[in-house]
Design a protein around this ligand. Structure first.
Ligand SMILES: [Zn+2]
Ligand SMILES: [Zn+2]
Length: 397
């Protein structure tokens, strides 16, 4: 059983794990050392660990003495290609790589939960699976698909995950039933014109002016062709084109992303974009190629698991700090892939430092209030206990 008198030791461990991961960040699909560290930590707690041959993901399995449901928790493991700008003792030791999305904290919380349940010595009914997932930041493919392919979710009754969230104060929790985070798709558009002397544009087809029209046109498409009550946004984040200041550009590349909260509107996007591109490029005598890649799906929280998170969080931080109907965001998370397969829910764990400037996820200044680690571990611990009872169906005993 978990004993509150162990809290001080747990806090020390949580902070030390998080800082160790923070010092040693690894990019998506390259999480080798991170994986070894986790394996060692879990084995020290005498927890059974499954490793895989195709990637650095892991699954810790804590078996109760009595039959019961299987409850899974998931953390991500990867860092980002960002140079850390924080001046802290646990600064990244790998130049150009940083845990700027809080996955260091997620892993520490998961190890904290492992520690808490290792003290039960199996005195519970059911099984707890602790999934360490690689490559969350590797959109559009993502590591969730790799974990699903391993088949370790097949006996899982429910899965939970969390994300440290700098838009909420430390000690607060955000969640909602239904869509919480967006589907994220990638669009790559190649515009093909024809080169000519800049003083004689009539001899060519100007890829740059077509690109300008395409950007305007896609904006109009989002305004006029999408149900105003739907949530959808399209952003072009990168343009490359042309060769020289005095040559009409023959080729321009536009690279961007489409974010949606509903599957119907999402599936309509490729055709609508294609139609706009065809009209706009033809009007100036050019051509186009469109590559629309479907990426992470909408993260859709299931009703019952959402209710369990709200109850568990209230037990730990009190009702006032639990925001049970937050506005969704159009950032994406590949946890949504698990929720397409099995019941589960995902929540945001506030980590903003009080009275200080807080930076967004993926900022080179991103940092957390480390008090959030204990809160996260305690909520997950409560949540697993509640889920083991809630999903315990007759006949499993
Ligand atoms: Zn991220
Ligand atoms: Zn993240």
């Amino acid at each position: 059983m978990w004993d509150e008198r162990n809290t001080a030791d747990l806090v020390t461990q949580l902070v030390s794990w998080r800082r160790m991961f923070h010092r040693n960040p690894e990019l998506s699909t390259k999480e080798r050392e991170t994986s070894i560290t986790i394996l060692d930590a879990l084995r020290k707690m005498e927890i059974e660990v499954v490793t895989f041959t195709n990637h650095f993901g892991l699954c810790g399995i804590i078996q109760g003495k009595y039959p019961g449901p299987v409850v899974a928790l998931r953390t991500d493991m990867d860092a980002l290609p960002i140079t850390e700008a924080n001046d802290v003792s646990y600064h990244s030791q790998t130049s150009g790589v940083m845990h700027a999305c809080g996955h260091d904290g997620h892993m520490a919380i998961m190890l904290g939960v492992a520690k808490m349940f290792s003290l039960y010595h199996g005195e519970f009914a059911g099984t707890i699976k602790l999934i360490f997932q690689p490559a969350e930041e590797a959109a559009p493919v993502g590591g969730a698909g790799l974990i699903i392919e391993e088949g370790i979710l097949e006996d899982v009754d429910v899965i939970f995950g969390l994300h440290l969230w700098p838009d909420l104060p430390c000690g607060h929790i955000g969640i909602r039933q239904g869509p919480l985070m967006a589907a994220s798709d990638r669009i790559t558009i190649k515009i093909l014109g024809q080169a000519a002397h800049a003083g004689q544009p009539q001899h060519g087809v100007d890829g740059i002016t077509i690109a300008a029209d395409v950007i305007q046109g896609l904006g109009q498409l989002m305004n006029r062709q999408i149900d105003p009550l739907e949530t959808a946004t399209l952003s072009i984040g990168n343009i490359q084109g042309g060769e020289r200041y005095n040559v009409i550009a023959s080729e321009v590349l536009l690279d961007g992303t489409v974010r949606t909260l509903g599957e119907i509107v999402r599936r309509q996007m490729p055709l609508k974009i294609e139609r706009a591109l065809a009209g706009i490029t033809a009007a100036q005598g050019g051509h186009y190629e469109l590559d629309y890649q479907f990426g992470y799906p909408v993260l859709n929280n299931w009703a019952e698991p959402t209710g369990l998170i709200i109850k568990a969080a209230r037990d730990v931080v009190g009702s006032e700090a639990v925001h049970g109907n937050v506005k969704p965001v159009l950032a994406a998370e590949d946890f949504g892939r698990y929720l397409e397969k099995i019941p589960g829910a995902f929540f945001w764990l506030g980590c903003a430092k009080e009275g200080q400037e807080n930076y967004h996820l993926h900022s080179s200044h991103f940092d957390i209030d480390e008090d959030a680690l204990l809160i996260g571990a305690k909520i997950m611990h409560q949540l697993v206990l509640k889920a083991l009872v809630h999903y315990d169906k007759e006949g499993k005993r």
